[in-house]
Design a protein around this ligand. Structure first.
Ligand SMILES: C[S@@+](CC[C@H](N)C(=O)[O-])C[C@H]1O[C@@H](n2cnc3c(N)ncnc32)[C@H](O)[C@@H]1O
Length: 294
């Protein structure tokens, strides 16, 4: 289906229902589809993604036996990593049955299927018991969702006292850019095809929404340079494996390639930033119980 046809039918699900084969050629070995973290800039994608997941675990204080909610879990790279290496019980939400099937097969291979519960369901319809989870993560998924405040309130109810809400996302660098970019035809086209720009907010607005949902914001870090490096490595892989990726997804690949190049170009200009932002449900003891060492 061409880019124009998908705009016509509003079919943006094709992005995440694409074959694992194409994404296996693009992503790291854990299949993380979000920014990594680099300490030197020379790390390969596998290491950068592990560093990101460990850093988030350190920021939030993940512990063995805790329950983690992964909202928009993709191919479940983070969900499987935390289930395997942190021995957490992870509930992941995705809209894609292809992603769930992939994730559960990998989990069975690693012997962690009993700690992983991947649900094909919109996070908006998630049924969560009050005070039933310890942490919630949104790794580059909340951009797809208009209902951020409702979701944050849902997370607040589902979290136990002192629970952490963690969001990693591409945001506008300032609130005043929101209308300017939302009106841009290029942004609208990407949104219609890939479903991920119209609902973008600024980092300030993301924090304001957390506060409105009763979270106490406790951590913010601008990781734009890390996301640019991740995008560069993804684009290099596209160049390296273009024939195989095209064979895996002949109709989608040309548009996908353009999309990735556009994303990298966006991160080479001003206007878009990638932030890690975390808030805590009261009682707010995050700063006291986390003598951070980084
Ligand atoms: C860019 S991917 C990020 C995947 C993952 N968090 C990671 O870091 O690898 C965005 C994911 O959000 C999911 N998503 C988008 N809207 C959703 C919704 N309403 N409910 C559940 N998942 C959603 C998509 O299916 C996709 O898996």
């Amino acid at each position: 289906m061409s880019i124009e046809d998908r705009v016509e039918t509003g079919d943006s699900a094709v992005h995440y229902d694409s074959s694992p084969e194409m994404f296996e050629l693009l992503l790291d070995k854990n299949m993380n589809y979000s920014s990594g973290i680099y300490f030197t800039g020379d790390e390969n994608l596998d290491l950068a993604q592990i560093q990101k997941m460990d850093r988030v675990a350190q920021i939030c204080g993940f512990q063995e036996g805790q329950t983690l909610l992964d909202m928009g879990c993709g191919w479940s790279g983070p969900a499987r990593y935390y289930a395997e290496h942190y021995k957490m019980n992870v509930i992941g939400y995705t809209l894609s049955p292809v992603q769930r099937e992939f994730a559960m097969e990998k989990a069975r291979e690693r012997g962690i299927a009993d700690r992983l519960d991947i649900r094909v369901c919109s996070v908006l319809d998630a049924e969560l018991e009050p005070e039933s989870v310890d942490h919630v993560i949104f790794f580059e998924s909340i951009i797809h969702m208009w209902e951020k405040l409702d979701l944050f309130r849902m997370c607040h109810r589902a979290l136990r006292p002192s629970g952490m809400l963690f969001v990693q996302e591409s945001n506008y660098d300032r609130n005043s850019n929101t209308d300017k970019f939302r009106g841009d035809r290029g942004f609208q086209l990407v949104d219609e095809v890939f479903g991920n720009t119209a609902t973008m907010v600024s980092t300030g607005e993301m924090i304001r929404l957390m506060e409105e949902a009763e979270f106490l914001p406790c951590y913010t870090e601008n990781i734009s340079n890390h996301y640019k490096r991740t995008l560069e490595q993804w684009c290099n892989r596209i160049d390296q494996h273009s024939d195989a990726m095209s064979a895996a997804e002949p109709e989608f690949f040309p548009d996908f390639r353009k999309y990735m190049m556009m994303a990298l170009a966006t991160y080479r200009q001003e206007g878009t930033v990638c932030h890690m932002t975390a808030g805590q449900k009261s009682p707010n003891d995050w700063a006291l119980r986390n003598p951070l060492r980084f």
